[in-house]
Every structure is written in structure tokens, then in C-alpha cells.
Unconditional design. Structure first.
Length: 286
């Protein structure tokens, strides 16, 4: 794992990156923790081990492998991450408390550039490539969705991808708008969800329902992982912390545009004539 970025990966990111090097028992513990992150790790040692299907000593070896002295330190870290997940804009430090004397644009840009680097460094290339393969599979129907703020990114991705390939849609996150569309969702469908902290329950419910019906869920989220990670086949976390009362979406936009570029390249033989047809239609006078 690279460490040259000033922004360290979250525990969930570290686990995903190191998964291939884990022992079978460690993988069981890791899968349990990530499936109900971070709450699964807040159980007792015996309870965590039982749910993972491993022994208590194996559970302890797992947390030591992660760099903790024992279960208490491991759980302390998880509680701190949980607190970070739940931060509202008002709960963050006042803007006047940060970066006094520093040029506002320069200090913010430095933080965002650090987020971009950390986002790239802490995503396994194989995970990114797997998402590209899904989005570039013409047999699949692709559905984008997102929350109050992340929905704009989902719309952005959908608007671009529908030019490159067919069978691309946007699903509104509110239950009243998506429940009747679930009858059409099945094993050939891919749900691409955008969800960052102060995660939206309605978007989680949409993804859980789609997963039950056999759809493949792809999640773009933050380092602490949206609850959607429980049902997601692939997870791409972006770093979002900025010197502001608002989280930064620049990392999510980076991932979105990188995916669009890679999928366009993957589908170029069929994407090029589609793009040319779109340009011809746009050139026609009304």
C-alpha cells in the first residue's frame, strides 16, 4: 500500500487493499467487518468471532494484523470513524477556526489535491477495472442513483455514459419514485450509487432492494463506507475531507470522469459511431 500521501487511508480502505494477503480466517473477519462496517467490530471479541465463523484468538490476531494492540484499541478507532461518519456541516469546526492567515483558495486547493492523490492511491486497480468491465458490458442495463448532493454526480455520469452506450438510466432516490421501477430490475442490471456521509436511507433501501432481485451494485462513497457497502459488489471510496463545513466531491468527480474515460476507450468501436450520430443530430436545425 502506498503511503506517500499526507492523507492516510481509512481502516476500511486498508482492509480492502490488503485482502489478498489475508489468511482464510482473516478474510472471514474482514468480510464480516466490511459487510456491516463499522458496527460489526463493536461487538465483543466472542460475538465478532462467532459471527465471522472463526475462533476468538483468530479474531484477536486479525485486529493485531491491522496494527492495533488489541480489541479495545481496535474498537476505539471504529468509534472515532463512526463519529466522523455522522458529522453534520454544523458539527464541524467554524470556518474561522481553520487556516487563519492562509489564502483561502490556495489552502482549499491543497486539501483537495491531497484528496485526489489519496483517492487514487487507496483504490485497488483491479476493483476499478472490474467496474469499467461492468459499465462497458452492452448486455447490462446501467442505472445511476444518488442522494441529496451526490445525485448531481450520478446525473452527470448518466448523461455522459448514455452518449457512449445504450441502456443507461437514472433512478430518483426517493422511494415513491423508484419502488415501481424495481419490477424491471434483475440479474442483468447494474446499480451505480453515489452516497457519502450522512448517508441517505432511501438510497440504501433502493440498493438493498435491487440487490435482492439479483442486480449488481457498484458504490462510490467515502472512506468510512456508506451502508450500501453491505450489498455492493464493488466499492470505490473517495477522500472528501476539506477545510470547510462542507465535504468535497472532487474525489468522486475524479472517479466518475476516470470511469467514463475508461469505458469510452473500452467501447470505442461502438461508441465512436454513436458519438458521431449524436453530433449530427445536434448539428441539425430545429
Amino acid at each position: 500500500m502506498k503511503t506517500d500521501s499526507a492523507i492516510p487511508p481509512s481502516l476500511a480502505e486498508r482492509i480492502r487493499l490488503d485482502m489478498d494477503g489475508f489468511t482464510p480466517s482473516e478474510k472471514k473477519a474482514a468480510h464480516l467487518l466490511l459487510s456491516h462496517y463499522p458496527f460489526a467490530g463493536l461487538d465483543t471479541v466472542a460475538g465478532f468471532a462467532s459471527r465471522a465463523g472463526i475462533s476468538a484468538p483468530s479474531a484477536l490476531r486479525f485486529v493485531i494484523r491491522l496494527g492495533f494492540s488489541g480489541f479495545p484499541e481496535f474498537q476505539k478507532h471504529l468509534r472515532e470513524e463512526l463519529e466522523a461518519q455522522l458529522l453534520s456541516p454544523l458539527a464541524k469546526a467554524s470556518p474561522s477556526d481553520k487556516g487563519q492567515g492562509a489564502p483561502a483558495l490556495a489552502s482549499f486547493a491543497e486539501a483537495v489535491i491531497g484528496n485526489l492523490r489519496a483517492t487514487v492511491e487507496n483504490i485497488a486497480p483491479a476493483e476499478f477495472d472490474a467496474v469499467v468491465a461492468l459499465l462497458g458490458d452492452p448486455r447490462r442495463r446501467i442505472h445511476f442513483t444518488g442522494g441529496r448532493f451526490t445525485g448531481a454526480l450520478a446525473r452527470y455520469a448518466e448523461s455522459h455514459l448514455r452518449i457512449v452506450r445504450s441502456r443507461v438510466n437514472f433512478i430518483e432516490g426517493q422511494p415513491v419514485l423508484w419502488r415501481d421501477r424495481m419490477i424491471e430490475i434483475g440479474k442483468k442490471d447494474v446499480i451505480v450509487a453515489f452516497d457519502i456521509r450522512r448517508y441517505q436511507e432511501d438510497v440504501t433501501a433502493l440498493c438493498e432492494t435491487a440487490a435482492k432481485q439479483g442486480a449488481t451494485v457498484v458504490l462510490l462513497t467515502d472512506p468510512w463506507l456508506s451502508p450500501i457497502a453491505r450489498v455492493a459488489r464493488h466499492v470505490l471510496p473517495a477522500h472528501i475531507v476539506a477545510p470547510s463545513n462542507w465535504d468535497s466531491s472532487a474525489g468522486l468527480l475524479l472517479l466518475t470522469e476516470a470511469l467514463l474515460a475508461a469505458v469510452t476507450k473500452h467501447l470505442w468501436e461502438t461508441a465512436k459511431p454513436r458519438m458521431e450520430a449524436v453530433e449530427r443530430l445536434r448539428g441539425e436545425k430545429p
